[in-house]
Design a protein around this ligand. Structure first.
Ligand SMILES: [Zn+2]
Length: 457
């Protein structure tokens, strides 16, 4: 049985135009059999389903290459690594993966996850046990004593339940890649930024050039892509020279980095939604605000946009991702904000930004060559939107406008089930954001009036 979808407007992702009076025909295997004018479409056979989306804008399902399924909308690093057993975290990840799909994101990549959470979610969806987005899965971040995800003191180390896997030698890196590939990951994640800075403020990379070269060589030898976290210039440069497939952030890139990326073919996932949300949403009572981080993040955002515009003008492909999974980027809420940021702050046209979120980002995903574009032979992953995102990309953030989400042709029915974050995600033992000294209490004016004790004469 085929599905015929009559589209009011169609954006295939293959071109910058929208076309009217178009039809998609989906075959029984969930692939597109026909994409083109309704007038020349094959007629519906008896038993075929015909969907009338004549008042809707149909486009490829959206892609978020940076959604951490294990994080659970974390407020702290301890939330990410320590609380709740793996089994609960996997179930929670499935619940949140469905929130992403309901928001129109038919493909997500989970780059860096505890245990085997994202690949278990991926498999359960692929085996038909649950409806959910296509998941490109990774394992734990490879990290060093200098890297992100080795956040605890040396006397604690990196727990087994962490999203980090501490590797202390080149051989351990290679062994960890082989273990993860055996377990079935689609890509290898590396925490390439370090935590130490040079006197001029530059971040020092967590691995040296030879180490990241060896990691990329082994992952590629085993047919897996590599994605790294690299905000700093040095980590970005090492990644580009090593031929890392996707570099997250790259905020302090320079011309040397751009030249190396052009030579090796590295791409960038700016993930600007995360810092943008931090600046826009963090209130004065939040620890991040009280620690003075907001000004720093705003300055970094501006530097990042300047540098990323240079990379874009040089022709480096950019993929859309959000770092969803933190309290400031909850699942299913802000994925499409990255598209708006591409337009407002990186100089993309709306059509280019939509193609970044579909065709270009599909390029990193597992089996990506069959995704991201609506053309015969590819998967029938598409969304039907009320209004034209080509005229206003921001409307993709309005969930009421995402009227239908189809995965492999099938229309997803995903109830927007509410949950109590106190039970599901707020697990750290943090009780206060402030320090209530007498002077702080006086400043806040919160000491209640009290009857003074009567003192007997
Ligand atoms: Zn991330």
């Amino acid at each position: 049985m085929a599905i015929h979808v009559k589209c009011g407007t169609l954006f295939t992702g293959n071109e910058d135009l929208e076309r009217s009076r178009q039809t998609l025909v989906v075959d029984a295997g969930g692939r597109l059999a026909y994409v083109g004018p309704t007038d020349s479409a094959p007629p519906a056979a008896p038993g075929d389903e015909v969907l009338d989306y004549a008042d809707l804008f149909v486009m490829p399902g959206l892609h978020d290459v940076h959604t951490h399924l294990a994080y659970g909308n974390a407020k702290t690093e301890e939330d990410i690594d320590l609380y709740q057993p793996m089994e609960f975290r996997a179930l929670r990840a499935m619940f949140f993966a469905q929130k992403c799909l309901a928001a129109g994101y038919t493909s997500i990549c989970a780059p860096g996850d505890a245990g085997q959470i994202s690949l278990s979610v991926r498999n359960a969806i692929n085996f038909g046990l649950f409806d959910g987005p296509r998941v490109t899965a990774s394992g734990r971040y490879l990290t060093t004593r200098q890297g992100l995800t080795d956040w605890y003191p040396t006397w604690i180390g990196v727990p087994d339940t962490s999203i980090g896997r501490l590797v202390t030698s080149r051989d351990e890196s290679i062994e960890e890649i082989r273990v993860q590939v055996k377990n079935g990951v689609d890509c290898i994640k590396v925490a390439l930024d370090g935590v130490q800075r040079r006197p001029d403020g530059e971040l020092i990379a967590a691995f040296d050039q030879e180490e990241i070269d060896a990691i990329v060589r082994e992952a590629h030898r085993l047919g897996r892509k590599v994605v790294v976290h690299a905000r700093g210039r040095e980590a970005t440069l090492y990644a580009a020279r090593a031929g890392v497939d996707l570099i997250f952030h790259a905020y302090y890139l320079d011309q040397e980095c751009i030249d190396a990326m052009l030579e090796s073919g590295s791409t960038i996932g700016p993930t600007l939604t995360f810092p943008r949300n931090i600046v826009d949403f963090t209130r004065p009572t939040e620890p991040a605000f009280l620690k003075g981080r907001i000004g720093d993040v705003q300055r970094e955002y501006e530097t990042a946009c300047d540098n990323l515009r240079k990379a874009r003008r040089a022709g480096i492909p950019m993929m859309t991702g959000t770092d969803s999974g933190f309290a400031v980027t909850p699942y299913g809420e802000w994925h499409a904000r990255e598209i708006e940021i591409f337009v407002n702050d990186l100089g993309f046209t709306p059509a280019q930004a939509l193609r970044a979120a579909t065709q270009v980002t599909a390029g990193f995903m597992a089996k990506g060559a069959s995704l991201g574009v609506l053309e015969p032979g590819r998967a029938a992953d598409f969304i039907a939107v009320a209004g034209s995102p080509l005229k206003n990309v921001a409307l993709l953030q309005d969930k009421t406008r995402i009227r239908h989400v189809h995965l492999a042709g099938k229309r997803m029915e995903l109830p927007d089930r509410p949950y109590d974050p106190r039970e599901v995600t707020d697990l750290a033992w943090t009780n206060w954001n402030d320090l209530y000294t007498q002077s702080r209490v006086a400043e806040l004016g919160i000491l209640p009036e009290r009857k003074t004790c009567a003192v007997s004469p």
